[in-house]
Design a protein around this ligand. Structure first.
Ligand code: ZN
Length: 249
């Protein structure tokens, strides 16, 4: 009887250990000294994803120390998130390349995908599917979006068209859709044009969410200001993105 009781205790303990084991671990990098709208987004994202982590059973750690992009530290995490910045020095950049080449996953928001002639990181341009920042709208505005593929795990549950909350939208040249490795999941609806007042996007095919299928990566252009997490529809997109990348081994 005593032995059986012990066995039951052991079984119960191992079941609860299994239930509590996180599905995967995320490390989100951000910076507090960048454009204030980008800091606002990072603060909102940390609040939102911390709550989501408790609900969905993953670990969500955050840091402003970009030197933690190193082999030793990143091996603890299955998904790296960049909320409002990208690595600036060679050591961090090289460690990130190794992380991705070794099967790590990345989710980048808004300015984290920004690159231009001064970025000097050709690997990152190909990682983004060839996309180089071209233009933007100002002030930030809501926009109609078209879901290119409603069956993909990242977009499932979304309608074919929806309106995203206020954001600064980026155009890209080259257009990442031109890359054979890129799968575009969401596109800016041409019905928005002209979009902006001071800076106006007047036309063009502008992907908003895409993956470079050579990597476990997803780029989301959302991430400007304090309105990003205000609709359940777009929040569902973010949740899908995290769960897809977290499970995508
Ligand atoms: Zn912005």
């Amino acid at each position: 009887m005593k032995k059986l009781f012990c066995l039951i205790i052991i079984a119960a303990l191992s079941v609860s250990a299994f239930a509590q084991k996180p599905k995967f671990k995320i490390l989100a990098f951000y910076t507090t000294t960048v454009e204030s709208d980008h800091v606002d987004f990072a603060n909102d994202a940390i609040k939102h994803f911390t709550a989501l982590a408790a609900k969905k059973g993953f670990v969500f750690d955050t840091t402003t120390n970009w030197n933690l992009i190193n082999d030793e530290h990143l091996k603890n995490y299955q998904l790296v998130m960049w909320l409002n910045e990208f690595p600036q020095n060679e050591g961090q950049r090289a460690a990130f390349v190794r992380y991705m080449d070794n099967g790590g996953a990345w989710l980048g928001f808004h300015v984290s995908g920004y690159n231009d002639k001064d970025t000097h990181w050709p690997w990152f341009v190909q990682f983004m599917g060839g996309a180089v920042f071209y233009n933007n709208n100002w002030p930030p505005l809501p926009a109609k979006l078209i879901v290119d593929d409603t069956k993909h795990p990242v977009t499932k549950g979304l309608p074919a068209r929806f309106t995203a909350p206020i954001n600064e939208w980026y155009g890209w040249k080259p257009n990442p859709r031109m890359s054979k490795d890129v799968k575009v999941l969401i596109t800016l609806d041409p019905a928005n044009y002209p979009l902006g007042k001071k800076d106006v996007i007047r036309g063009g095919d502008i992907p908003v969410v895409w993956t470079n299928t050579k990597y476990k990566m997803l780029y989301l252009n959302m991430g400007h200001g304090d309105h990003i997490f205000t609709t359940s529809l777009q929040n569902k997109l973010f949740e899908n993105a995290i769960m897809w990348l977290g499970a995508h081994r």
